[in-house]
Design a protein around this ligand. Structure first.
Ligand code: ADP
Ligand code: NA
Length: 330
């Protein structure tokens, strides 16, 4: 087909997505699946690069998949599958490991950050080769476009380098993918610490808006969001990070531009802004939450759908892997 292939994934690292995942990833995916041949993956192989609880991982994998679907990913149209159900990911990652330089992998800043926090004895070799597995994920599907956050730019560069290296050493095999880096405005910050990005793995839950939280809990968190000492409601990321973050969230869900919101809130207080942000967020999340819970109520059907999609993904991935194995002499 001539429709460009898109690949993206998310780790099943919590029971619920947070509003940053929803705005920064899911909303783009939902839109892009209309114009692209989209493949979405719950990357559980990546999730075990840090220690996991097996029962919890299984639960979070199902819940993540359910939230993709509830958030608008159509598993009959797009491919939506769980990484560990397609063995070609681990197989291609091994091959790519053999053409990745040790120094090259050592320069990955995400690995340096994560391993510095953990210490070298607690850091697994799996965490070190995480970006190579990510390259395999992308290259298996002849991906043209990878929508990711700015933090993933270096990993996509590595993917491109490995693909070109393989192609020049063994003959044309891989499509060279391009990153689609999201605009800075799609980045959501922690409500309690608006200089840090909101994250599933934040140390404290107080500044994180979970897709599956009760609406009253969401409203309470927004009410307690950190703001600043003056009373002006305008967008200024440096001087007013808390207010800017709330304006961003409002704007994404209400569809009103930041400029129009500034005009609407002229002469009003922070409490008014927070009240409206809570309304637009809970309104947006309510149907997604309800649909997620409905999907989780029927795990047999959810698993059936995931198995079917893993078969679709395997068909694509196996073809690429067969090409690779042939080229390298297997
Ligand atoms: P988390 O930090 O919540 O664990 P992941 O690293 O699993 O997030 O990222 C999943 C997707 O969500 C990626 O595409 C990432 O760019 C996006 N994302 C995560 N946090 C944010 C955020 N605060 N704002 C915008 N996008 C985000
Ligand atoms: Na994370």
């Amino acid at each position: 087909s001539t429709t460009p292939r898109l690949f993206s994934g998310m780790q099943p690292s919590a029971d619920s997505l947070q509003v940053g995942n929803y705005i920064g990833a899911l909303l783009q995916w939902r839109q892009m699946q209309q114009t692209h041949d989209a493949v979405f993956c719950v990357v559980d192989l990546h999730a075990i690069t840090i220690p996991q609880d097996p029962a919890l991982l299984r639960q979070q994998t199902r819940r993540t998949a359910a939230q993709y679907i509830a958030g608008g990913i159509d598993p009959e149209h797009s491919v939506l599958f769980v990484q560990s159900q397609v063995p070609a990911h681990a197989e291609l990652a091994w091959v790519l490991n053999t053409i990745t330089g040790f120094g090259e992998a050592s320069r990955m800043t995400q690995f340096k950050d994560k391993s510095a926090k953990q210490g070298s004895d607690a850091t697994s070799v799996g965490l070190f080769t995480y970006p190579v597995l990510m390259a395999a994920d992308i290259l298996l599907y002849d991906t043209a476009l990878v929508p990711v956050g700015e933090d993933q730019r270096q990993h996509i560069e590595l993917t491109r380098d490995l693909a070109s290296r393989f192609n020049s050493r063994f003959g044309d095999t891989f499509v060279i993918p391009k990153p689609q880096i999201q605009k800075a405005t799609a980045k959501i910050y922690d409500l309690q610490n608006p200089e840090a990005k909101m994250s599933k793995s934040a140390a404290s839950d107080a500044g994180v808006l979970w897709l599956l939280d009760e609406p009253s809990k969401t409203a309470k968190k927004i009410k307690s969001a950190v703001t600043d000492a003056d009373r002006e409601i305008h967008f200024d990321r440096a001087a007013k990070p808390g207010i800017s973050n709330l304006l961003t969230i409002h704007s994404v869900f209400s569809g009103t531009s930041i400029g129009d919101l500034e005009a609407q809130f002229e002469g009003k207080g922070y409490g008014d802004l927070k009240k409206e942000v809570a309304d637009v967020v809970t309104e947006e999340f309510a149907p997604v939450r309800a649909r997620t819970l409905e999907l989780l109520d029927d795990p047999t059907e959810l698993d059936r759908m995931l198995t079917k999609n893993a078969e679709r993904a395997s068909g694509m991935a196996e073809a690429t892997l067969a090409r690779v194995y042939d080229r390298i002499g297997f």
